[in-house]
Design a protein around this ligand. Structure first.
Ligand code: AMP
Length: 309
C-alpha cells in the first residue's frame, strides 16, 4: 500500500515526446500527445517527483506542456528545437498486442543531443525510456552514479542500432521490452531463454511485457508472472508498455527499495496503470487518474491472483 512516509526519491525519465496518429478498430486519433517519455512520466508522477528529458519541435502545442505541469513534472530537461516534433503513426487490428507502424518521422529527435540540467545530475532513479540508444548512452554519461537505471527499447532501434542497444543493456540495472522484441534481440522463441540471456548481459532485473497477457520478471533469485488487469473494453493500446514501465520505476523511486519483493509490487502497480491508459486514446485517461482508482485495481489484482496450496 502507498505509505505517506515513504522515501520519495526523484526519478529522471528520458524518451520520445511526440505527436501520434492512431487507428484502432474502436476509433482514430490524429496528432495527439504521445511518445514514451510522456506516458511513462505521467504514470510515474502518481508516485514520485519526475524530471523529464526530451526534445520537442517548434510546432509542439503549448497545452501539452501544461499537462505535465499539472502533474508537477519538472520540465527543465525539455529542449525546444527548430523544426517539426517527432511523429509516429500506426494502426492495430483486433489483436491489439501488435502495433503496425505506418510511419516514424524522427524530425527534431534525429539531431538531438541532450544536455542534462545541473539540477538533475544527482537523480537516484533513471528511466531510459524508448528513444535512440545513442541518446540513452549520452544521458548515462552525464549523470552521477544513479542508484538504479532501467532501459526500454523497441524493434525500430533493435533493427537499426543493435550494437548500441546491447551496449545500453550492458550498462543498466534493469531492462524491459516486449515479448516480440525480446525474441528478436535474443534470437529465440522462448521468453524464458530470452529472459535468462538478457540477465547474462549484465542487468539484475529483466521485465518482459506481454501486452494483455501481463509481464514476466526475471532476477537472479526470483521469477514472477503478473497478469494484466482484465478489461472488457480496450480502445487504444498505444503507450501501455511505457505507462507500465513508468509505473514500475515511479513506485521503486517512491519506496526507494529495489528488492525482489518490492519489484513484484511495482510490476503490479505498472500493470494497473497500463490498464487505465488503454481505456482511451493518447493520455486522456491517464491524465486525471487518481490514486484511489489505482488502489482499487491494485487490491483487485491481489485478490485475483491469490490461491491456496
Ligand atoms: P508503446 O508503449 O510501446 O505502445 O509505445 C508507444 C509510443 O512509442 C508512441 O506514443 C510513439 O510515439 C512512441 N514511439 C514509436 N516509435 C518510436 C521510436 N522509434 N522511438 C521512440 N518512441 C517511439
Amino acid at each position: 500500500m502507498l505509505r505517506p512516509n515513504a522515501p520519495h526519491q526523484p526519478l529522471m525519465i528520458v524518451g520520445s515526446i511526440g505527436l501520434d496518429t492512431i487507428d484502432t478498430p474502436f476509433g482514430t486519433a490524429e496528432e495527439v500527445l504521445g511518445g514514451a517519455a510522456c506516458y511513462s512520466s505521467v504514470a510515474a508522477s502518481l508516485f514520485s517527483q519526475v524530471r523529464m528529458v526530451g526534445v520537442i519541435g517548434d510546432d509542439f502545442p503549448e497545452e501539452h506542456l501544461a499537462v505535465f505541469r499539472t502533474r508537477n513534472i519538472d520540465l527543465a530537461g525539455i529542449q525546444r528545437c527548430a523544426g517539426p516534433t517527432f511523429r509516429w503513426s500506426g494502426y492495430y487490428e483486433y489483436d491489439m498486442n501488435q502495433a503496425h507502424t505506418l510511419a516514424t518521422h524522427l524530425n527534431v529527435m534525429a539531431d538531438f543531443s541532450p544536455t542534462i540540467p545541473e539540477s538533475y545530475h544527482q537523480t537516484p532513479y533513471v528511466f531510459l525510456a524508448n528513444i535512440d540508444p545513442d541518446l540513452q548512452l549520452s544521458v548515462l554519461e552525464q549523470v552521477r552514479k544513479p542508484e538504479f537505471v532501467m532501459a526500454d527499447t523497441m524493434n525500430f532501434w533493435i533493427e537499426g542500432k543493435r550494437d548500441r542497444v546491447l551496449e545500453v543493456i550492458s550498462r543498466v540495472d534493469a531492462v524491459t521490452m516486449n515479448d516480440a522484441e525480446a525474441r528478436q534481440l535474443c534470437n529465440t522463441a522462448s521468453l524464458v531463454v530470452a529472459g535468462r540471456q538478457l540477465l547474462g548481459m549484465g542487468p539484475r532485473l529483466v521485465i518482459i511485457k506481454k501486452g494483455e497477457h501481463g509481464a514476466l520478471m526475471f532476477t537472479r533469485n526470483d521469477y514472477f508472472v503478473a497478469p494484466s488487469f482484465p478489461l472488457e473494453e480496450v480502445k487504444d493500446p498505444t503507450g501501455a508498455g511505457d505507462t507500465f514501465a513508468g509505473g514500475v520505476l515511479g513506485y521503486l523511486a517512491f519506496s526507494d527499495d529495489s528488492s525482489d519483493a518490492n519489484i513484484r509490487r511495482a510490476i503490479v502497480y505498472g500493470s494497473v496503470l497500463a490498464s487505465y491508459t488503454v481505456e482511451d486514446f493518447s493520455l486522456r485517461r491517464l491524465i486525471d487518474l487518481e490514486a484511489g482508482e489505482v488502489m482499487l485495481r491494485y487490491a483487485e489484482m491481489q485478490r485475483m491472483t491469490l490461491f491456496t496450496a
